[in-house]
Design a protein around this ligand. Structure first.
Ligand code: ATP
Ligand code: MG
Length: 509
């Protein structure tokens, strides 16, 4: 036996140890962790994360997420996205290396979710395969196409006078309780046969109002093509802030698949307030009405994402309907003027009209659609050419008539006609009118067929016209939707049916 040399023994031992170490694969998990310095309402200050980037997602104990908002030399101001009552100073915070994203996919249709993708309808969280960042840059100019296809709302006054096109951004604004939500919901209901996906994003609305909206959508089978995203007043302000961006990413998923999508933000006033709250808590300098300096930018970058994509990009579209609440009819307040300048038109709802029972309370004079006329069905142009003017003249004369002024025959005729216009533009919520029925009503109105009908009978007369519109031959109906103009023979046929239908009401007079 060979004598055991001490050096050999040491070498062998080292070799066996290093072999064993090699066998164990080193899996070092390097994490940058920081800690909470302070927590206040909806925001936290965090230190010890020198590598964290702007808007990076951070994880707090209890699986609470936060977004790095203010990056300073020594600490980070973080917006918290959930309940934060368990947080304490000194709690560990980890980086994720990614920005906030949201689950997107067809599975979301019919679901009610919060901005983090969690289900609020008592069912399991939707299992989607794909996620998209909530903040995405708007489509390039070269990828966009002009707005040319109408988005029918089924509401006569809007389709006729302030038409909306697919890919347009149309603001709905008015004081509280003037029917803003009703217009948006009616528009969603009218998409049942239009092949449009809808996203309704309720930002800090009253829970009872949201419950009513969801019930309406469900009763009318509109949830089949709609996604509802909700944040409640009791949620963290951070959730309200990210909600419209998250909802837009979900809508964009469908748009990039070539679908037409309608998104309703109800409402951006609450969104602006949530952002103001966060900014003040993060000690950003306040500006006009205490809103931070970038309040315009947060809404413009959101609404720029609405567009009509060109053929090469799939021809999808995203139509945005932001809602804004005004105070005491003040359209010149900060947020309303911002939004008016960002969007392609506005529908203004007047509390005065609402009180008079003129519903929907759309103030035709203050409402405008800057691109919709190009996207309106051509048949409308033939029947609404002087509607706005006639209505404006009537409103002016009506004010005089109120003082008991004796009117000449011409003025009386203008007033009588105007009253019929007003009656024809009135509409109960959820009583949507098809394109053919609208054209028939407007044509009868324009040709003064309604003028001989007593005012009291106007509602039933309109109802009769809606029913009679089914009798319009199918070829004419399809021409109303597709043709470039309303030809004379079609016009005569439609008018003939209208005159026949309305004859029964004249006799009552
Ligand atoms: P809020 O400021 O509270 O959000 P809002 O402006 O969204 O209110 P809605 O909730 O849509 O207003 O409507 C207010 C009320 O008016 C509701 O009770 C609704 O049923 C009624 N309403 C709205 N539009 C019509 C209409 N065209 N016909 C009849 N009632 C209507
Ligand atoms: Mg509302």
């Amino acid at each position: 036996m060979q004598p055991l040399n001490l050096q050999t023994l040491i070498d062998q031992t080292f070799e066996s140890i290093s072999n064993k170490l090699d066998a164990v694969q080193p899996t070092l998990d390097v994490r940058e962790t920081g800690f909470v310095i302070s927590v206040s309402t909806g925001v936290a200050r965090v230190s010890g994360l020198p590598g964290a980037g702007f808007e990076e997602l951070l994880i707090f104990p209890g699986n609470l997420f936060g977004i790095a908002f203010n990056i300073d030399d020594n600490d980070i101001g973080v917006v918290l996205l959930g309940s934060y009552y368990h947080l304490k100073a000194g709690d560990e915070v980890t980086r994720t290396g990614r920005v906030m994203d949201v689950a997107v996919g067809d599975e979301l249709l019919g679901r009610i979710i919060n901005p983090l993708g969690a289900a609020l309808d008592g069912r399991l969280t939707p299992a989607t395969a794909q996620r998209m960042p909530i903040e995405r840059s708007a489509p390039e100019i070269m990828d966009r196409a002009p707005v040319t296809v109408p988005l029918q709302t089924g509401i006569k006054v809007i389709d006729a006078l302030v038409p909306i096109g697919r890919g347009q951004r149309e603001l709905i604004l008015g004081d509280r309780q003037t029917g803003k939500t009703s217009i948006a919901i009616d528009t969603i209901l009218n998409q049942h046969d239009q092949d449009v996906i809808c996203v309704y994003c309720a930002i800090n609305q009253r829970a009872s109002a949201v419950a009513k909206v969801i019930a309406t959508l469900r009763e009318n089978q509109a949830l089949d093509y709609t996604i509802v995203m909700v944040t409640e007043g009791s949620d963290a302000a951070g959730l309200a802030y990210i909600a419209p961006y998250a909802a837009t990413s979900i809508a964009e998923y469908f748009m990039h698949k070539g679908r037409d999508v309608l998104i309703v933000y109800d409402d951006l006033t609450h969104h602006a307030r949530a952002y103001r709250e966060l900014s003040l808590l993060l000690r950003r300098p306040p500006g006009r009405e205490a809103f931070p300096g970038d309040i315009f930018y947060i809404h413009s970058r959101l609404l720029e994402r609405a567009t009509h994509l060109n053929q090469a990009c799939g021809n999808g579209s995203l139509t945005a309907m932001p809602i804004i609440q005004t105070e005491a009819q003040n359209l010149a307040a900060y947020i309303p003027t911002n939004l008016i300048s960002i969007t392609d038109g506005q529908i203004y709802l007047s509390p005065d009209l609402f009180e008079l029972g003129i519903l929907p309370a759309v103030d035709v004079g203050k409402s405008v659609s800057r691109v919709g006329n190009k996207a309106q069905h051509k048949a409308y142009r033939a029947v609404t050419s002087n509607l706005k003017l006639a209505y404006a003249q009537f409103e002016e004369l009506e004010t005089f008539a109120r003082f008991g002024t004796k009117l000449d025959d011409d003025s009386r005729r203008v007033i009588d006609h105007g009253k019929r216009i007003r009656a024809c533009l009135k509409q109960q919520e959820q009583q949507l009118v098809s394109l053919t029925a609208q054209i028939m009503i407007l044509l009868a109105l324009m040709e003064a067929v309604f003028d001989t009908i007593p005012e009291a009978a106007m509602d039933s007369a309109q109802l009769a016209i809606c029913q009679a519109s089914d009798r319009i031959p199918a070829d004419i109906q399809s021409r109303l939707i597709n043709a470039n103009t309303l030809n004379d023979s079609d016009r005569k046929s439609i008018l003939k049916i209208a005159i026949q239908t309305l004859a029964q009401f004249e006799k009552i007079a």
